[in-house]
Every structure is written in C-alpha cells, then in structure tokens.
Design a protein around this ligand. Sequence first.
Ligand code: BES
Ligand code: MN
Ligand code: ZN
Length: 506
Amino acid sequence: MSVLFTYGARAAEQAVPDAVVRFVGIEELGAGGPAAAPIVQPQIDEAVRGLYARGLFKGETEQTETVSTLGLYPAAHIVFAGIGQEGGATGLRLAAAAAAKALKKLRAGTVQVLLPEQLIRDINGGIGAERAAQALTEGLLLAVHTRQPLKREQKERFSLQEVAFVPQGASAGDQAAWESGIAKGQLYAEGVSFARDLTNLPGNDLTPERLAFHAEELAHELDLEIEVVDEWSAAEQQMGGLLGVGQGSINPPRMIVIHYKGNPNSEETWGLIGKGITFDTGGISLKRAEGMQEMISDMGGAAAVLGAMRIIASAKPAVNVVAVVPTAENMPSDRALKPGDVLRTMSGHTVEVVNTDAEGRLVLADGLTTAITRGATKLVDVATLTGAVMVALGVEATGAVTNNDDLLKQVLGASERSGERIWPLPAYPEYKKLIRSDAADLKNSGGRYAGTITGGLFIGHFAEGLPWVHLDIAGTAFLDSSRGWEPKGATGVMVRTLAELVLHRE
Ligand code: BES
Ligand code: MN
Ligand code: ZN
C-alpha cells in the first residue's frame, strides 16, 4: 500500500486525475452569502447548488454527490463531499472516508482533492494543518481497505495510487505541516490495515504458531527483539492459564513478546497485552453454531497490539514498550480444559474454571505476568473479552475497566485524538465478590451480571497493583456492516489509540 500523496505546489504538477474530490461546506451551497462564489465550474456549480436547493445533497458530513463532468472539466468525475458541522479530526476523517468510498465506486486511483479556502481557514484556526492532513489521509486510506476474499478468480484489491491535496485561495498553509501529517496518516493507516488483514485470516490459516510467525516477520522487518515462548518453555515458566486454554487443541499455544527499547535511561515501560485466541469455539462450554465463524476475530486484541507496534517502531519515540500476545486456540477435545478444573497461573494464583468459554482472561492473566516479568511498569490490555460489552454499549464504543484514573485519562485522551470511542465502566470493589471461588483464588466467570466488569477485574487481579487499563473490544473489533472509515469485518480498532497513547502527542 504505497500511495503517492502530495500537497500544494507539488500537487499541482499532477496530470489529469481519474477523479476530483471537492470538499464543500454548507454555506457554499446555499443561495445567500458566499453562494455566488465559484466552486469548480459554472455549470457544474449550478447543478450541485440545484441539488442542494431540492434537498437532495445537503453537504452534511459523510454525504457525497458524484457528478459526471461531460467535458466541462478536465477530470471525468467530481465527487462533492460534505464537511457538514461535525468539525475536528473526526469530521475530516469521516468526510474523507465517504469521499474514498465514492472514489472506489468510480475505480478512480489517481485523485485531486480540492481544499476550499474556508476549510483551510477553519483548519488553521482549529486542529491545525498537521492533524487535519493526518485525519484526511487516514480517512481516505482506511475506508477503501476492505476484506480481501480468497476466491478462485482473484480480483485485484482497489487501492488509491496518487492523491494530490490542492489548497484553494491564498491562505495555503504550511507545506511542511501538511507533509508531516500526511506521512503520519499513512503510517497509522498501515498499522490499522496490518491488524485488519491479520484479524480477517480464517482460523485454519492463523493458528497460534502462524500468529507467532507473523509477529516474527514484523519484528525482523522493524528490527525489534522478539521472544516466542513455545509450549515447553511455557511449562517451564508455569504459564498455567495459557497452557490450560491451549491444551484442547492440536495447535499448541505461544506467548509472543516483542521489545521496543527507545529510552534506556527511563524506568518506565509500557506493557501492551493483546488477547490472541486464534479461534474460540468456547471449548467444552461450547458456543452455539450461529455466528461462531466470527470467532476468527478473537485475536483482534493481539492484532491491535501488533499493529500499534508497527507504528511505534517506525515513529521511534523515546519510550520503552513490551508487547505481549498470549495466543491459543480454544477447542473442545478429550484433553481439553473442563469446567471445575483448577489452574495455577504464572503468578501462582489459582483459578477455578467454571466456564471454558471465559478463556481470554485465563491467557491474559499470564500475559500480564509475562509483561511484568519483562519490565512493564504500566499495563494496557486489549481483548475481545465479553459479549456483555455489546449488551452495555452496542457496537458504538469499546468498554474500559481500570485501577488507575490517571492512566485511564491518558487512554481516553488518545482515544479522542484517534476518533475511536472508549467508555469507562465502574470497578467498585463489590464486583470482585462475583468472581470469588470456593476452590481457588478466583473463578473465571462471575455469571451474567456485570460481565464486562468482572471479566476486566479478573484480569486486573494480575496487574500486581501496577497502573492498568483493560479495553474490551468484543463489540468494536469485527463489524456486520461498514461505517465511516471502518469496513465490514475486522476494523483494526485500538491500533491508532494505542499508538497515540505511546507516542503521547497532545
Ligand atoms: N471471545 C468471546 C467474547 C466475544 C463474544 C467476542 C462475541 C466477540 C463477540 C469470549 O471468549 C467469551 O466467550 N466470553 C464469554 C464470557 C462468559 C462465559 C463469562 C461471553 O461473553 O459469553
Ligand atoms: Mn470464549
Ligand atoms: Zn474468546
């Protein structure tokens, strides 16, 4: 995915593009005020304003209107994309995503994007050129990145080839800031695309070993240190949670650890832990057949962490990160974990398994301990952990549970900047009573009530008092239908939030 992006003077050198995108504000379309000012070309302007007058194109965020220029304009099509009232980076990302979907329909690979003077003024007086450029670039790239089906006749995936941002009017803005924002947008989109592709892989192609292989490839490409703990080494390190979940499958589990050392003088190390269940059948507590195929996405947390590491290792911030992916396949078999079994985790804590379908927290318990033994001082775990998070929040937000409000604040700040919604749930100590066990330190399910919270608190038990935030992406990692910049299927959600968190840009 190497799209050539240009801005300003360089952009003007582009040959006639397949299509032009023109962002339009509502005020440009109406009869009064600056409505008389030219948009692109007199007859085309009249046509678009006519559509506005009839209420057919309102110029709202995510609305687009494609017009054939019939020789009135150098490019064959113009996509008018509303910027509406949404505003901010999210509004720009959404507007660009809508434009990109219209471009995909036109199969337009080379594109000129016209930025009206008023939009440039709003950007310069608001989020600034760099953030705007990043948001627009992300929106364009992410919206066209959909799942690639494996068919006999393999069709080539549509991708943009050349995008030239052309500011209109005098207030052209800062070339360097635009170019830097574009580069960041491309980098962030690459991290997300990587996570999506990994998540969309079917279970027969992505076993724990294969996931470790992909992580190794990533680490070598980025020159990062990687440690892949196999089942024998996991036994030596007493990773009872990981081994317990993995024991039912012919495909053995792995604990993947990637190190990014950007600041040897710092005592602080981020621990990013991603749930890597390559397929979740539920185990002996078998899931129903309906919709089970979606459980290929039960490694969406792992993908988010690896995608973020890609961005981090390329951006090279002066911080330390240890990424940990406990990965296993949750299968029923004659040697699988059974309800009532008691496991001893790496930390020494024991767990009564009352439901083998609550497997994510079992592998994550050892994931947190592994991160801590490798030097992590603050922890963020990402997991497709509970169906209950969808009962609470639908698919509109990722749920959060924490033991530290300062760290949560940082995560929420990053989520706002990335446009990936996170909603915190309470973690009152009373909830922990629900996962007390008569047979062990904890049981792995607290029943139906407050399922997302008890799932989170189970994981938090293994944080050893370190600042910790848990992100439940069960509702947001894999969608039934596309929206905004997210396609149907894997979304790569939390890749950009994690990267933003670690890169710590205000
Ligand atoms: N991977 C599932 C959660 C899930 C459900 C993710 C739907 C995406 C979509 C998880 O392992 C699971 O099965 N959780 C159980 C927990 C329960 C047994 C305590 C659940 O949510 O039912
Ligand atoms: Mn499960
Ligand atoms: Zn699961």
